[in-house]
Design a protein around this ligand. Structure first.
Ligand code: A2P
Length: 269
């Protein structure tokens, strides 16, 4: 039954696709991933976000979520925090396979390669769930056509929050179609701030003290050759922006490409 008289199947508003959850994975008590079916008409550019959520009663409850899956994947994937009193995530964290999620029909966003001028190295700097858009970009062939080196730097509080670590460290370099392209170009640089780990400290500190460049064997950030995408908390974005602008980087936007772009890792509730 799919009519308005059935309370179990609320009518999906026209602005959304109703998609079926196919997989849920809880990384920690603060972080989880889920996958869902993808409508054939849902198209996006790697790095974009859409309004995602649930029907609550007869109303959509949605927040901006970056697509974490590559554009060529037949399903969609998202990475979410869990906030016990958050209006959406307190509910979303309980979804299971077969449940319906809302996917907004108009993806958008600034973390797209068209918003960056050509360069040599692409730095994708994330904290927490800010990794999501980079999970998509790191699997986009166009990114490897445009850049010689692609660095994914992910800073989290605890080791267990390094979501998809195996994807970067093990699976992608061996990937059937992307492996060859990725293996020579993709560098994964995880760091942890509140537990012992091989690389400790915030990304801002690791850039300021030069450790990340020494570890990766790459030159320090310069607007001449480097391009940067930022996706983290408001504080992380603000601090990284200031650091980049002090080095002469200029923010890019749609129709005005620059040497860096930034987006909030949106959902905090
Ligand atoms: P820290 O543990 O020192 O606060 P959160 O889970 O709160 O979103 O944080 C994710 C990661 O981002 C944590 O490792 C945190 O470090 C780091 N972080 C928080 N604020 C900043 C900032 N202003 N610049 C860089 N990293 C930050």
């Amino acid at each position: 039954m799919n009519d308005a008289t059935s309370p179990a199947t609320p009518v999906i508003p026209a602005a959304y696709f109703g998609e079926r959850v196919t997989w849920v994975h809880h990384w920690t008590d603060r972080l989880f991933s889920f996958r869902c079916t993808r409508d054939a008409h849902f198209r996006f550019r790697a790095g974009e976000f859409a309004m995602i959520g649930l029907m609550v009663g007869a109303k959509p409850l949605v927040r901006a979520y970056s697509m974490a899956s590559p554009t060529w994947d037949e399903e969609l994937e998202f990475l979410s925090i869990k906030v016990q009193d958050g209006p959406l995530t307190s509910r979303l964290q309980h979804i299971g396979v077969g449940d319906t999620v809302l996917i907004g029909k108009k993806p958008t966003g600034t973390l797209v390669t068209d918003n960056l001028r050509p360069g040599r190295t692409l730095w994708l700097l994330a904290t927490g769930t800010g990794l999501a858009p980079f999970l998509s970009l790191a699997r986009e062939p166009d990114v490897y056509d445009r850049f010689e080196t692609v660095v994914v730097a992910h800073t989290v509080r605890q080791v267990a929050e390094l979501a998809h670590r195996e994807l970067f460290e093990r699976d992608l370099p061996r990937h059937e179609f992307l492996g060859e392209m990725v293996a020579g170009k993709l560098r994964y640089y995880p760091s942890v701030t509140r537990e012992p780990f091989a690389t400790q400290g915030r990304i801002t500190t690791l850039i300021e003290n030069g450790r990340i460049f020494a570890d990766l064997g790459l030159p320090a950030l310069s607007p001449e050759h480097d391009r940067v995408m930022l996706c983290g908390s408001e504080a992380m974005n603000r601090d990284c922006k200031a650091m980049l602008e002090a080095r002469g980087f200029e923010e890019g936007a749609n129709n005005a490409p620059g040497t860096y772009v930034v987006e909030k890792a949106f959902v905090t509730k």
